[in-house]
Write a new protein. Sequence first.
Length: 316
Amino acid sequence: MDLDISRIVKETSSIVLIELVSHDGSALPLYQAGAHIELKLPNGLLRQYSLCRLPTTGMSYEIAVLKDPHSRGGSELLHKMQVGDRLQASYPQNHFLLKNPRKTAILLGAGIGITPLIPMAQMLSKTGVDFALHYSAKSPASAAFYDQLKTSVFADKVHWHFSNSNSRLDIESLLRGFTSHPDLYICGPSQYIEEVMNCAKVMGWPEEKLHREFFTGTKSPLMDQVPREMFQVKIASSGQMIDVPPGVSITEALEMNGIDIPISCEEGWCGTCMTRVIDGVPDHRDTFLSPQEHARNSLIMPCCSGSRSDCLVLDL
Ligand code: FES
């Protein structure tokens, strides 16, 4: 889709809200809470951003962009863009759906990770489902959507945790307060997600009640494991065999042979490069797929994962 920037609002010193409308004025595809769009930036980079409010008129999308001090050219460029600039975007996709939209949910967001949780809170509030939103940030000044949430119809469900004022989230005591195991939806930096997930698992939360979405800067720790041996990738449609030497990713090896797979984070957390495995055993190094999906070995993130077998046959 061709989208134009129609509004830019400075949410905090490092976060801007960008409103996008269709270039030809048509209505935009609808989406459910937790969805994101992938933007193709003028420099060719692909970047994913959560849609940070429930669709209302269907005429615009809103995303929030944190200026990453280690930006590889994505967030920095978006922070320089102006109203009227054009971007290409994918249709909304959703890997972070409300799995049980009629049951109690606990939403846990840190920093820019609040963005997909806002439409979830709006949805749950609209349908009268019991929920709580725990928002961790450094301070009120660094919390995007602070005013919006403070004045929202569900303001009483929002619990603020500011690290500079001794109100940091105590995950253990929060989770200890539940006699049942409600669905937990977690989004933020990898350390935060891991902390919540680990604590919940220790306290008996079933895996299927834990839902998380990673954000920029959450490189999979598995990527730093021992280097792999050389292996081969077979392209199922053509039978072409491609060598993947140690230190080279599958996507890089494919690209050298003229086969392009869309990539974005190149760190195993966004899901853009997900490819079906027809045969062989992947060496999973991503954080996008769940442990159960890793065990099934039918999908791979070729930007960061390798192969435990000599050959991987990919559905390309
Ligand atoms: S490009 Fe993000 S998971 Fe591969």
